[in-house]
Structure formats: structure tokens, C-alpha cells
Design a protein around this ligand. Structure first.
Ligand code: ATP
Ligand code: MG
Length: 635
């Protein structure tokens, strides 16, 4: 069915037009033809962005795990559903078929039930990237419990805050986890977190590393013995389309993380639909997304989207640098991966290494490459295109957010001609708008503004857990009747979108709006520069001026700093104009990043304006030590 699997540009435009002319009709058709519903909906869509209230497929009944597992058993029961690649390359990969996944999810679901978990209960999942993580969240969905995955690299404070915020009584974890050379004592972190979580009554522990753990009597239980005894089938709980499926906290790049609530029916339809199109997924493909399931990318495009399409999805426990920087490519070669989806931060890290790490492997199985999470700079885009994709694989630069549930703007490979640094065109059903400061929509092409979405799509988050007011204030108050993304974007002469960065980070210099991404892009073109981040700081005359934090490549370390500064500013003048020249440049060893690899510009902004007393929420920071050293260097 063409609506569901777009194959050329003309078809994209046809489908897109149809989706805008009649969104309800469009999504109804997709929902009807490609999913298993226990009962159909009474209405396709009801919405009011001023409240805000949104419901898709109201009155419909389903269980998402029936769609992700059960309905595949008859036709692809022996097909690999999850392909688990362990941290240690010498440990054997595990192929979990759809039949096996069904049994393991059912058993896990029965264990949860035996432990008293009921529909609507929140279960916090703090597990590393091992099969039990995917199985545990599917088990929650099987019985109607709301899962909230907390990335297993977060500290005990970040964990306890999230447990208390969503009011979970149960935590699922493991004894430990492997990350490259390191072994992390996850259970000890949980123990510490639970000192401030009095409501948690049960902790189920998976054995992974075999490390020593303390098991608290009456609270902590090894899960394997329970699974061994559990019954191998579990009748799915029949859910309403608008029942919550999960809560997931945003990355915290811009402030205190928000617990986004996603519901069942619309989320399933949209993630499955976008997965199929954006990755041009075919039955025999082996798809690999390197994200952690602790992020929305992992929820939508490792678990739900791929499994709803009956795909084989790779789950990787390790890191790109272990045992060496060739690991990703070794895994691609070994499993003949066809679609590879990663983040710009990983690409930049790999591009810094010797090219042999890539060329040593046979990557000819690859068909489509993807990126997500941050704007991808031009240099990284070309490296990915030339060396990983051998100029044959379209790159899908996918723009979306935890709040959007699925990809909203992206090329459709083999249909949309790609353009470096551009996320290109909205997917069917997505109606973007660029707004100016006065709240007017900016029409036409070759314009830039604040990116909003005018019409609901099925996987939009419905609220922030326990704080509907914050949901309204954050997303629906800046521009009346529109969802505000918080990002800035430009639309080029053919209507392609480029995300230029967070609106919070847009710097106004002498009355000009400057996005961070295009300036960083120009800087990164300098052969001595590895990475950069720019922020604004107050300036007497211009109002604001630009401050650049720049990491040099090893080869650039002994270059004359003053010459470098001059060359960098020349590049900016060439690419953007003298208005964007940097007033201050600080060469630094590292940049503060979130655990998902994004630069935390709000911290750099504070340092640049010498306001370091209160740096805000830094609980999701990967490298707090870098902050100290940047502050010292800046003095
Ligand atoms: P918080 O909302 O807590 O500040 P966050 O916005 O980093 O955290 P996510 O939902 O993980 O949390 O990230 C979404 C954001 O990531 C987008 O709003 C956008 O700024 C950025 N982003 C994601 N994909 C792309 C992309 N392809 N190009 C440019 N930016 C992207
Ligand atoms: Mg955000």
C-alpha cells in the first residue's frame, strides 16, 4: 500500500498532500490496514491545542505487544526479532526469534503480575542494553503497566528523582553492566537511589556481570528463578488507545528534564509508519540503531517501530571505542547490517580516528545511514557519506524530539534528494510552520524562524507526568494554537528544512538572529578543529557578542593560537559574514555534554557571561569535571 511505503519523490508529494488535506482519513487508513485492533475507534482525532488535549483513535482497544509480537508468530515466528551484540566481541551474539521473544515477554509479564504490578502502575527500568531491557518494557506493556526507562548511565540522584517523580513502586535492574573496559555496579547505584525512594517495595535484579551485590531482604529479588517458574503465555491486557504506554524524561539539555507521557495507539501507528518509510525497511533487512533504549530513539526505533514491522533489530551493549574504534564497523560486517542509525556525536568521534578503522571492514551490506540528536555538521556528514556509505547510501538526517515520539522531518531514502545538514522535508502528516517573534507565521521560502507544528500527529506526547501546566507552558503557550518545538530552523529555496539549533541559543548580534549550528559548521571546517560550541555573552555595543569554545585536533595542538583565531574568524566571515565573527575564543579540552552526547550550551553561556554561581540542573551531565576546567581556563 503506497500510503505506508513511499518509493519515489512524486509519490511522497502525493501522499503528503493527501495527509494534509485529510489527516484523519489518512491516518485512519494507515491504522486500519496495518495493525491489529481488538476494537476500532469511535473517532480518529479530537484535539484542542489551547487546553491542550489531544486524542487519537479514541475508543479503540488494543495491546501494542500483540502488534509487535503475537501477530508475527504465524508468518515469521522463527525470524530473529532481537539480535543482541554483547559488549565483548568474543561473547557470542544472541538471536532471539519472535517465538522466543513471545515466550520471554510473557514469562516476564507473569513475573510482574505475581509481584503485584497492575495496569497503570509505573515501573522504573534501570537496565543496561541487554535483552532483558527490551523484554522488561514489553512485559510492562503486555500487562498495561507504564514503563519509565532511566538510562543506566545516570547517577543515583538522577535515578531517585525520576522514581519519585513518576511514583514507581518497582524498579527493574541488573547486578552490573559492561561498558567497554569498565564494569559498573548498577545495583549499588540503585541501592543508593532507593535510600530516598521510600515507596519502592520491589527490585527485580537480572544477573549480567556476576559481580557482588547486596540484596535487601524483602525488597530485592533475583529475577531468573522467577522466570524459570513462570508460565510461558500471558493474556495481553486490553488497553485503550489513549492509555499511557510509557513515561520518558527528556535529555535535560535546556533545563530540568520533563517526564513526557506517550500513549498507546497513536504512538504505535506513527512509530511503525515512520520506521518503515525513513529506513525503507524490507523484510530481509538487518536494522541497527546504536542509541540506548534509555532515550526516545531507542524506544521508538529499536523496540516499538521495528518490532511492529516484524523487523530484525540489533541491540548493542557496548561502546564505539571498544575494543577499538572499529567496533561499529566490525558489527556491521558481522551481521550484514543494512540500515545504520547513530548520532552526530558518535560520527565526530569516529571521524577523528585513523581511517583504517573503517576501511578494514566490509560495509557493502549498508543501504541507508541515519543520524539523530543534534544538527550534523557538514564535515561529519561528508565523512559519514564518503567513508561509511561509500557515497551510495542516502543519509537520513532525522529531526525529532522526546515529545514528538517519532521522526517528524527527514528525507525518505531513494526518494528525497539529500542535502548535507538539512533534515529536508516533513513526513506525511506533519505540518511545520516557521514563526517570527511577533507570533506571525513566516510564509514562503528562504526564510528562518521558530519551528512549530500546526496540526497534531499520532505520536505527540499527551502531557508531562503530573504537570499538565508545564506541558501547556512549554509547548503551547509561545504561539497560539501551535506546538512549539523550541528549535530554530530555516527553509531553503526548495522548501527544505535545516535545524539551526535551540531557540534559547539563538544569539542576536547587532539585531541579527544567529543560529549556533551554521556558525559551528563553518568553524569545524578548519582542518585543526575537532569540535566547537558557540554561545552569546553580553556586549556593551552589540547587545550580544559571540564566544567560541573550540577543541583542537591533536594535529592542531601546537599551532600558533593567534593565527588559528584569525583563520577561524576568516572562515566564519566567508561562510556567514563578518557579523558572526567571534569576539572571544577559548581553546579547551572538552565540552560539557549530556549523557546522550549533546553539548549543554546553557552551561557554556553561563561561563561566558561569568555567571558560574548557579549552573542549574547538571544531573544529566556526562563529564562534570570538564565544567570545572573550562571555568578555570576562562579566568
Ligand atoms: P531537554 O528538552 O530536556 O532540554 P533535549 O531537547 O536534548 O533535552 P531530546 O528530546 O532528546 O532532549 O532532544 C530533542 C532535541 O534534539 C531537538 O529539539 C533538537 O534540538 C535536537 N535534535 C534532534 N535531532 C536533530 C537533528 N536531526 N538535527 C538537529 N537537531 C536535532
Ligand atoms: Mg527538548
Amino acid at each position: 500500500m503506497s500510503n505506508y511505503h513511499i518509493k519515489h519523490l512524486e509519490e511522497y508529494f502525493q501522499v503528503y498532500r493527501k495527509s494534509v488535506r485529510n489527516p484523519e482519513g489518512f491516518w485512519e487508513e494507515v491504522a486500519e490496514e496495518h495493525f491489529h485492533w481488538r476494537k476500532k475507534w469511535d473517532t480518529v482525532l479530537e484535539w484542542d491545542f489551547s487546553k491542550p488535549e489531544i486524542s487519537w483513535f479514541k475508543g479503540a482497544k488494543l495491546n501494542i505487544t500483540e502488534n509487535c509480537i503475537d501477530r508475527h508468530l504465524r508468518i515469521r515466528g522463527d525470524k530473529t526479532a532481537i539480535l543482541f551484540e554483547p559488549n565483548d566481541p568474543n561473547e557470542e551474539a544472541e538471536h532471539i526469534t519472535y517465538n522466543q521473544l513471545h515466550e520471554r515477554v510473557c514469562k516476564y509479564a507473569n513475573v510482574l503480575k505475581d509481584q503485584g504490578v497492575k495496569k497503570g502502575d509505573r515501573v522504573v527500568v534501570y537496565l543496561p542494553m541487554i535483552p532483558d531491557l527490551a523484554i522488561a518494557i514489553l512485559a510492562c506493556a503486555r500487562i498495561g503497566a507504564i514503563h519509565s526507562v532511566v538510562f543506566a548511565g545516570f547517577s543515583s540522584t538522577a535515578l531517585s528523582t525520576r522514581i519519585n517523580d513518576c511514583g514507581a513502586k518497582m524498579v527493574l535492574t541488573s547486578d552490573g553492566s559492561y561498558r567497554g573496559k569498565k564494569i559498573i555496579d548498577l545495583k549499588a547505584i540503585v541501592d543508593e537511589a532507593l535510600e530516598s525512594c521510600p515507596d519502592v517495595k520491589t527490585v527485580l535484579v537480572t544477573k549480567r556481570t556476576g559481580g557482588e551485590v547486596t540484596m535487601k531482604e524483602g525488597r530485592d529479588i533475583w529475577v531468573q528463578p522467577l522466570l524459570d517458574k513462570a508460565y510461558l503465555d500471558c493474556v495481553p491486557e486490553i488497553m485503550d488507545a489513549e492509555d499511557p504506554l510509557f513515561i520518558l524524561y527528556t535529555s535535560g539539555s535546556t533545563g530540568r528534564p520533563k517526564g513526557m507521557v506517550h500513549t498507546t495507539g497513536g504512538y504505535m501507528v506513527y512509530t511503525a509508519y515512520s520506521f518503515k518509510n525513513v529506513f525503507q525497511y524490507r523484510e530481509e533487512d538487518v536494522y541497527w540503531c546504536t542509541a540506548d533504549i534509555g532515550w526516545i530513539t531507542g524506544h521508538s526505533y529499536i523496540v516499538y517501530g521495528p518490532l511492529a514491522n516484524g523487523a530484525t533489530t540489533v541491540m548493542f551493549e557496548g561502546v564505539p571505542s571498544y575494543p577499538d574504534f572499529g567496533r561499529f564497523w566490525e558489527v556491521v560486517q558481522k551481521h550484514k547490517v543494512t540500515q545504520f542509525y547513530t548520532a552526530p556525536t558518535a560520527i565526530r568521534a569516529l571521524a577523528k580516528q585513523n581511517l583504517d578503522f573503517v576501511t578494514d571492514y566490509d560495509l557493502s551490506s549498508l543501504k541507508v545511514l541515519g543520524t539523530v540528536g543534534e544538527p550534523i555538521n557538514e564535515e561529519a556528514w561528508h565523512w559519514y557519506n564518503d567513508h561509511v556509505g561509500d557515497k551510495k547510501c542516502p543519509i537520513v538526517d532525522t529531526w525529532w524530539q522526546t515529545e514528538t515520539g517519532g521522526i517528524l522531518i527527514s528525507p525518505i531514502p531513494f526518494s528525497t534528494p539529500t542535502k548535507p545538514t538539512y533534515a529536508t522535508l516533513p513526513l506525511p502528516g506533519i505540518q511545520p510552520a516557521l514563526m517570527d517573534e511577533t507570533g506571525e507565521e513566516i510564509k514562503g521560502n528562504q526564510v528562518d524562524g521558530r519551528l512549530c507544528i500546526k496540526f497534531p500527529w499520532p505520536s505527540i506526547a499527551r502531557t508531562i507526568w503530573g504537570n499538565h501546566q508545564r506541558y501547556k507552558d512549554t509547548y503551547f503557550s509561545a504561539f497560539e494554537g501551535k506546538y512549539f518545538t523550541g528549535d530554530g530552523a530555516l527553509r531553503d529555496e526548495v522548501g527544505y528544512y535545516r535545524i539551526t539549533g535551540r531557540v534559547d541559543d539563538v544569539i542576536i548580534v547587532s539585531g541579527h538572529n544567529l543560529g549556533t549550528a551554521p556558525i559551528e559548521d563553518a568553524i569545524n571546517e578548519h582542518p585543526a578543529v575537532a569540535e566547537s560550541a558557540i554561545v552569546g555573552f553580553p556586549h556593551d555595543i552589540k547587545g550580544n557578542a559571540l564566544y567560541g569554545y573550540i577543541i583542537l585536533k591533536e594535529t592542531g595542538e601546537d599551532r600558533n593560537r593567534d593565527n588559528l583565531k584569525k583563520e577561524i574568524n576568516e572562515l566564519i566571515t566567508d561562510h556567514i559574514g563578518p557579523i558572526a565573527k567571534l569576539d572571544k575564543i577559548q581553546f579547551t579540552e572538552g565540552l560539557p555534554k549530556t549523557r546522550s552526547g549533546k553539548i549543554m550550551r546553557r552551561i557554556l553561556r553561563k561561563i561566558a557571561s561569568k555567571d558560574t554561581a548557579n549552573l542549574g540542573d547538571t544531573s544529566t551531565l556526562l563529564n562534570p569535571e570538564v565544567v570545572e576546567s573550562i571555568i578555570k581556563e576562562s579566568l
